[in-house]
Design a protein around this ligand. Structure first.
Ligand code: OOG
Ligand code: NI
Length: 412
């Protein structure tokens, strides 16, 4: 019996490590990705020294992961918020992927720590998408009804887990034994289920969107990918290919900046979803083996966060719209910085996601293009809707970066 209590920071660190072990066991290529990332990071550190740690200590970067999960209903999203809340991860940003190319029938947010010291301790974040089941551009009335019935009948998170999560959030910690139980239950909820998949139902949803099938065609959820952070994504991409791993055809996000120039925003790439064994149930009740390709491996390189002004320039003109030094990015209010004691500019890391890249990541791993009818009415979904569903604050990324810059007494 131990009387030690476990706080949110430690719960988050342990949760991230447990999910990493789980995913490594399920998707062996993830292990290769982590290994190659660490190899590249060690080399960048040896080559660039202190400069390599401008965007975070090597300890932070080595432990850093983002995950992605997908849920089916507002109620499920609210429950996810409680589990992550116990780990000091709060919803930041609203992303609508329905208007992306190709359209994906989800809206998303990212759960992450929001305080600088919490990000430094462990920045684990999870891109979380919820299916928009009542969007007529994707689902006809009959399918909507069936989706509501199917999703309404499933239970992703056991009551004991949610009670422990609420207690952890209320008290700021859990006693040792309860913390172990919480971590065990929380991790188990994101494992790939051995339950047979109803073949016809899955196929019908897949004809609309394989993301819809991955969410609404099964009775559980799972980690879709887990992403290590790398300090040189071009080098990583080349090495993964050299090891014979099939990567998507490009790196998403801004192109590489010339040597010595600050990295901006977020660059991402992934290896293609692998065929994983799953069991299928036919309408006659018989169960037979098959495979599904839904889970993949992604890697990311993070740079300085852009201000709304910097982001508008980047969106309109790409990197050509931005100056190439920290001093100019700061002076023109295009990127966020704080200062160290010596007065040197320190970049504020971009901690969020890019909707265009997210759509690209989704799309590059879809089987078939899917189907949507732009002429039909959509369903109203925005940040206000999501805030109401979450029953808690939905943070605006720019407000967080502004506050950090102001606290660092570093206004342009
Ligand atoms: C999420 C895709 C988006 C990212 O890093 O932009 C994403 C998903 O596949 O569920 O993870
Ligand atoms: Ni991702």
């Amino acid at each position: 019996m131990s009387f030690r209590t476990v706080g949110a920071t430690e719960l988050r660190t342990r949760f991230a490590a447990l999910l990493s072990d789980l995913y490594g066991g399920e998707v062996p290529a993830y292990g290769t990705l982590v290994e190659v990332s660490q190899e590249v990071n060690a080399e960048v550190l040896a080559r660039a020294g202190e400069q390599a740690e401008r965007l975070g200590s090597i300890e932070r970067v080595t432990a850093e992961r983002h995950g992605a999960i997908r849920v089916g209903t507002a109620a499920e999203l609210e429950q996810v918020a409680r589990i992550f809340g116990a780990c000091g991860m709060y919803p930041v940003g609203f992303y609508d992927l329905r208007t992306a190319t190709p359209p994906i029938p989800v809206v998303s947010t990212a759960f992450r720590p929001i305080a600088r010291d919490e990000l430094a301790a462990n920045p684990f974040r999870v891109f979380t998408s919820v299916l928009v089941t009542d969007d007529e551009r994707f689902f006809d009335r009959r399918t909507q009804d069936e989706l509501h019935e199917f999703l309404g009948a499933r239970k992703l998170f056991p009551a004991e887990l949610l009670e422990l999560a609420d207690r952890a959030e209320r008290d700021g910690s859990l006693p040792h034994e309860e913390a172990e139980r919480f971590l065990h239950l929380a991790t188990a909820c994101f494992a790939l289920s051995a339950e047979p998949v109803e073949r016809e139902w899955y196929a019908r949803l897949e004809a609309v969107s394989s993301v819809a099938a991955d969410i609404g065609g099964v009775t559980s959820t799972h980690i879709n990918h887990l992403t290590p952070r790398v300090l040189d994504i071009d080098e990583l991409y080349a090495r993964m290919r050299a090891r014979g791993i099939e990567m998507i055809d490009r790196i998403q996000g801004p192109p590489a900046t010339p040597p010595g120039h600050p990295d901006v925003l977020l660059r991402q790439t992934s290896f293609r979803a692998l065929a994983e064994p799953r069991r299928f149930r036919a309408p006659d009740g018989s169960v037979s083996p098959g495979t599904l390709r839904v889970r993949f491996g992604e890697v990311e390189q993070r740079g300085v966060a852009l201000t709304p002004r910097g982001r508008a320039r980047y969106d309109a003109e790409g990197l050509a719209g931005l100056p190439v030094t920290d001093a100019e990015l700061h002076a023109q209010d295009l990127a966020y910085y704080t200062r160290d004691d010596a007065g040197t500019l320190l970049p504020v890391v971009y901690e969020d996601f890019l909707p265009r890249s997210a759509a690209g990541i989704f799309a590059s791993n879809l089987t078939g293009g899917g189907r949507s009818d732009a002429g039909r009415p959509g369903a109203a979904r925005d940040a206000t809707w999501m805030r109401a569903v979450l029953g808690r604050a939905l943070h605006d990324p720019y407000a967080l970066y502004d506050a950090e810059r102001a606290a660092g007494a570093c206004l342009p």
